[in-house]
Design a protein around this ligand. Structure first.
Ligand code: SF4
Length: 316
């Protein structure tokens, strides 16, 4: 029995490897992420590699995505944990550095933050770090490898697209070889890698988005987060969109593209997300992304209707 079908014994409704099932199998309990803000900036904002950041990024304007960087980690952790427990009473935690580029600091600073984070609570079972592929010097990877022997470490790497023209258009400021190399260097040290991609980037066709997944299949990655492009107020892309709006993907388009990406995706890869979260009051479009459950339900329905599973189109 392949991994997908085996995992679906836990949740027969899904035709792909869900994160919930993965964590249930790994830790034997519900696990949720507690997003911590270590006060990092980003090399694509502060001029280390470029200025201005990715054109869709709201980090410059608001820092939407995590705890308050002015509060100590322990306070951030307690606030978010308490809020999450309203939904899940009994769970383990992942200490998650999410906002901006969470390895963009001297190693000594990283050590202080990460060592504090993993000891905030005895029920923390994993450290997860979101970063860019060009912000992983060897000394940081060596330290993460050592940390990984004490507690599982997961690195989330932003890719967004394999297509250089799109990457230039959105000012990613790194190329595909940089990403591939970062994956290889992390995997040499046995660190789990989760890749972020975005569907609906300007100028991209369905075939281009599927090609991004096909490329990911060639790499030793363990997880993927698939996002719809959110166009947010006070971002470079948002300003351009307000001046001269262009056609965004419809919900039907997104469901169709994402379903096919799942069918192409290697069967062992865990799907962490099929759509993203964006602060509703700052979202310019697409408005349908506010209904996250509708999006995932439509993808689930589509896979069931097709009677196909993750990886059914995958070829080596
Ligand atoms: S790399 Fe991440 S934090 Fe930096 S500008 Fe791009 S999206 Fe924003």
């Amino acid at each position: 029995m392949n991994l997908v079908k085996k995992m679906n014994l836990v949740n027969a409704e899904k035709h792909y490897n869900t994160l919930n099932n993965y964590y249930l199998q790994k830790f034997n309990k519900k696990v949720f992420k507690v997003s911590l803000n270590g006060g990092f900036t980003c090399p694509n904002i502060d001029g280390t590699v470029a200025y201005g950041g990715c054109s869709f990024c709201s980090a410059l304007g608001s820092g939407d995505f995590a705890g308050n960087k002015h509060e100590p980690l322990a306070l951030q952790f307690t606030k978010i944990k308490t809020m999450m427990h309203q939904k899940w009473k009994d769970a383990y935690y992942i200490a998650y550095f999410q906002a901006n580029t969470n390895t963009h600091a001297p190693l000594e600073k990283l050590k202080v933050l990460y060592e504090e984070a993993i000891t905030l609570d005895p029920n923390i079972v994993m450290l997860s770090i979101a970063t860019r592929p060009d912000a992983l010097p060897n000394d940081v990877i060596d330290y993460l490898a050592e940390l990984n022997t004490r507690m599982p470490v997961q690195v989330e790497l932003g890719l967004q697209t394999i297509h250089q023209d799109t990457s230039d258009l959105i000012n990613r400021a790194h190329d595909l070889s940089c990403f591939d190399e970062a994956v290889h260097r992390l995997r040499e040290k046995n660190i789990e890698v989760v890749v972020h991609i975005i569907n609906g980037l300007p100028g991209e066709t369905k075939a281009m988005m599927i090609d991004t997944v096909k490329h990911i299949n060639t790499l030793d990655i363990q997880g993927i987060k698939i996002h719809m492009l959110h166009i947010m107020e006070k971002t470079k892309m948002g300003v351009e969109y307000q001046k001269n709006p262009w056609k965004l993907l419809s919900l039907e388009d997104y469901v169709d593209i994402t379903t096919e990406q799942i069918l192409w995706l290697r069967k062992d890869i865990i799907i962490h997300r099929l759509t993203g979260d964006a602060p509703a009051e700052k979202l310019l479009g697409p408005i349908w992304t506010k209904k996250k459950f509708v999006v995932t339900n439509e993808i689930d329905k589509n896979l069931r209707k097709l009677n196909l599973y993750q990886g059914d189109y995958y070829e080596k």
